[in-house]
Design a protein around this ligand. Structure first.
Ligand code: NAG
Ligand code: NAG
Ligand code: NAG
Ligand code: NAG
Ligand code: NAG
Ligand code: NAG
Ligand code: NAG
Length: 365
């Protein structure tokens, strides 16, 4: 593995970009020789999955349309030598894809390996590098499927490594610093971008282009960084009713599809989703979970005749969707994409209607 510093990284030709979004075998590479571990520093494991933070463009002013997931974890780490001053890091390449191509298989592999690391007394924290488009989904999934006091920090970048003022290097340094920080324990999975620390449970990508894109408008941030040091607003806490799912033996997740609500929506899409294998549906409804009358009739049929699990969520950025006792479940505070993951994990756990109802109702009360 060629060691690259930040200058050679900036000068990397686009031809280095590897094309196919494939799951690569997990290669565990020690970035630092174990015999040279600094005993007074914590150990952090970085799991790399691709994304813009590992992206390469053909020019320094290109910030869209570049090859995401072109650079390997060693290159990312070598580009920020400062991280070796805050921790002993180990890098594991899980995949190298843009985040839209993260699959349930990659997610399960990721959470299995993270759980193993967290269980080791020699690991103090974990960082995941990830594309930002679906970062909130993977972070939420990890929040619900890992169990440890140790920090899990998911980090991405909005500008590729080759851009002027790339945000990846500082984001990665802050993420590793956070993962190595005792003050970060007991706060669940966190997301770091743009000097902010967000709860994976609540945060969402709010802008397709800007650097300050990850927000939870209602719940706010957990903290921020000053001089690369994390500062928290409060003592560690857990979102009310946050469920935990053991996926240690899970290899596939049930199909759950999201349907979008709009005037004159096509009710047949719900039937088509179920016919193509969906065990559950999440409805990004109008307002607080509203659906059209003809659409609702079809949903009711699918619930009653086909045992389809249906969660009513909302297409608005924020809001609370109450349960409706006659059909489906209320998604509470969860966005459609997060309600989908919760429903997948509930169905995977073999939960029946009463247990699923409890998961959704307690995730907001
Ligand atoms: C993850 O996937 C890799 C490559 O397929 C495999 O070698 C490894 O055992 C998997 N690890 C876990 C914990 O699932
Ligand atoms: C190990 O880390 C400590 C704390 O950051 C630092 O003071 C010391 O110089 C480091 N030792 C070596 C050999 O790098
Ligand atoms: C690491 O810390 C040492 C001692 O404080 C300092 O001399 C060195 O410049 C630091 N390295 C980086 C890459 O920040
Ligand atoms: C860091 O990892 C090394 C190598 O496995 C180990 O010797 C050391 O005890 C670990 N440090 C901590 C603080 O766990
Ligand atoms: C996973 O499998 C192991 C070994 O068969 C078993 O001990 C454990 O209880 C299983 N865990 C779950 C959540 O099913
Ligand atoms: C739903 O169940 C009904 C009654 O068993 C069946 O006729 C229909 O084909 C099913 N619909 C789908 C989409 O599977
Ligand atoms: C609950 O569902 C029933 C049956 O689909 C519907 O008639 C009713 O309007 C819904 N109530 C609310 C509050 O959404």
């Amino acid at each position: 593995m060629v060691a690259l510093n930040i200058l050679t990284l900036l000068a990397l030709p686009a031809t280095l970009a590897s094309a196919s979004p494939v799951i690569r075998p997990a290669t565990s590479l020690l970035v630092r020789d174990p015999t040279s571990y600094n005993a007074s520093l914590p150990n952090v494991t970085i799991f790399a999955t691709g994304g813009t933070i590992a992206g390469s463009a053909s020019s320094k002013d290109q910030t869209t349309g570049y090859q995401a997931g072109a650079l390997g974890v060693q290159v990312l780490i070598d580009a920020v030598p400062e991280i070796l001053n805050v921790s002993n890091v180990k890098g594991v390449q899980i995949a190298n894809v843009d985040s839209g191509n993260i699959t349930p298989a990659i997610l399960l592999n990721l959470t299995h390996q993270i759980q193993e690391e967290l269980a080791s007394p020699y690991c103090q924290g974990v960082v995941v590098t990830h594309g930002t488009d679906t970062l909130e989904e993977s972070a939420f999934f990890l929040d619900l499927t890992t169990r440890s006091e140790k920090p899990v920090v998911v980090v991405g970048a909005m500008r590729p490594a080759t851009a002027i003022s790339a945000d990846g290097p500082i984001n990665l340094l802050e993420a590793v610093t956070l993962a190595a920080s005792p003050g970060a324990r007991g706060r669940g999975t966190m997301v770091v971008l743009n000097d902010r620390i967000a709860s994976a449970y609540f945060t969402t990508k709010t802008n397709a282009n800007s650097l300050d894109t990850f927000k939870a408008y209602e719940q706010g941030f957990l903290g921020f960084f000053i001089n690369i040091e994390p500062i928290f607003y409060s003592t560690p806490s857990t979102p009310l009713g946050k469920p935990y799912f053991d996926v240690a033996n899970t290899t596939v997740l049930p199909q759950v599809d999201v349907l979008y609500g709009y005037q004159g929506l096509n009710p047949a899409l719900a039937t088509a989703a179920v016919a193509s294998g969906a065990k559950g549906l999440v409805l990004a409804g109008m307002g607080a979970g509203g659906w059209t009358d003809p659409g609702r009739d079809v949903i009711q049929q699918l619930v009653e005749q086909n045992e389809t699990a249906v969660v009513f969520s909302r297409r608005t950025m924020d809001g609370y969707v109450e349960p409706n006792d006659s059909v489906g479940y209320g998604g509470g505070f969860l966005s459609p994409q997060k309600a989908r993951i919760t429903l997948q994990l509930s169905l995977n756990a073999g939960y029946g209607p009463a247990q699923i109802k409890t998961v959704f109702e307690s995730s907001s009360k």
